[in-house]
Ligand binder design. Structure first.
Ligand SMILES: Nc1ncnc2c1ncn2[C@@H]1O[C@H](COP(=O)(O)OP(=O)(O)OP(=O)(O)O)[C@@H](O)[C@H]1O
Ligand SMILES: [Mg+2]
Length: 270
């Protein structure tokens, strides 16, 4: 079922709100007039074909790209981010597709990479305890936090990358194709993890090409097509509806329904 983005069951101020965000790369319009709302404790799936603008949108929210025009609001306030560290400071965490984990380091070292020194540095024992606490909280199945990442499965690596982004206590987390390379059981584990992140009250933006995964965890499905919004759907929407919006195929159940309603309207007018 297609839903109006501004008119769903969540109340209050969205954590994140994009209004008419555009991003041009020279003559290429990667994003045009994008509206997007994400509420606390909500999983928003971002779907669309290759080149639809999903990664550009995530990078814009993550502070890696500056919007050409339009406005991003965080907790109701307009924000202007100069770079990724501004997004992180606001509480926006991103897990990129390549994860950027260090294969030869163990789980603890990967979780605290770059934070080992400085005024808030923890010692080895503290880091290990925090790693266990966090991974237990996420019910993550990591055999030992002293295992090197190279020995972990794809799902376990994804878990470590997600856990690392949660250490900074973000309010929103964006995941780019977290289940793309995973088997059935590992995918289920990552989807469970997303459920637990949502239960902690975080907003989640999930990019996925897998409609089954999207249906399993998303509260709303936002479709991008050719850099524009192309509908917001509930997860119980049919494959035809979602695929129709993603591909722009004109003959799908949404357009057929619209046609039916239009002809019913015109019949009343006569
Ligand atoms: N840095 C850039 N410079 C120029 N054009 C870019 C840049 N980044 C993205 N684009 C263009 O913007 C459009 C959207 O690309 P984007 O990577 O956001 O798509 P996507 O939805 O993530 O696709 P995929 O599913 O293949 O990852 C494409 O036409 C792409 O070529
Ligand atoms: Mg992409």
């Amino acid at each position: 079922m297609s839903v109006n983005q501004k008119n769903h069951t969540n109340k209050g101020t969205p954590l994140l709100s994009l209004q008419k965000v555009c991003k041009q790369f020279g003559a290429v319009s990667a994003l045009t007039d994008i509206d997007l709302d994400v509420y606390p404790g909500e999983v928003v799936a971002l779907v669309g074909d290759n080149g639809a603008g999903k990664s550009t949108l995530i990078k814009t929210i993550a502070g890696a790209h500056r919007p050409t025009s339009g406005q991003i609001f965080f907790e109701g306030k307009p924000v202007s981010m100069e770079g990724p560290s501004d997004a992180i400071d606001l509480g926006i965490a991103t897990v990129f597709q390549d994860l950027a984990l260090c294969e030869n380091l163990d789980v603890v070292s990967n979780l605290f990479l770059g934070q080992e020194s400085g005024p808030f540095a923890l010692d080895e024992t503290e880091m290990e305890v925090r790693s266990w606490t966090l991974l237990n909280e996420l019910a993550a199945r990591i055999p030992s936090v002293r295992d090197v990442v190279a020995s972990l499965s794809g799902g376990q690596r994804q878990t470590v990358a997600i856990a690392r982004s949660l250490l900074a206590n973000p309010k929103i987390i964006m995941l780019d194709e977290p289940t793309a390379a995973l088997g059935v059981a590992q995918t289920a584990e990552v989807l469970n993890l997303i459920d637990r992140v949502k239960a902690k009250g975080l907003g989640v933006i999930l990019i996925s090409h897998n409609m089954q995964d999207v249906r399993a965890v998303a509260d709303r499905v936002v479709v991008l097509r050719l850099g524009k919004n192309n509908g917001v759907f509930t997860p119980d929407s049919s494959n035809e509806e979602l695929i129709g919006a993603i591909t722009g195929a004109s003959d799908n159940s949404v357009t057929r329904r619209e046609q039916r309603l239009k002809s019913a309207d015109s019949a009343c007018e006569v």
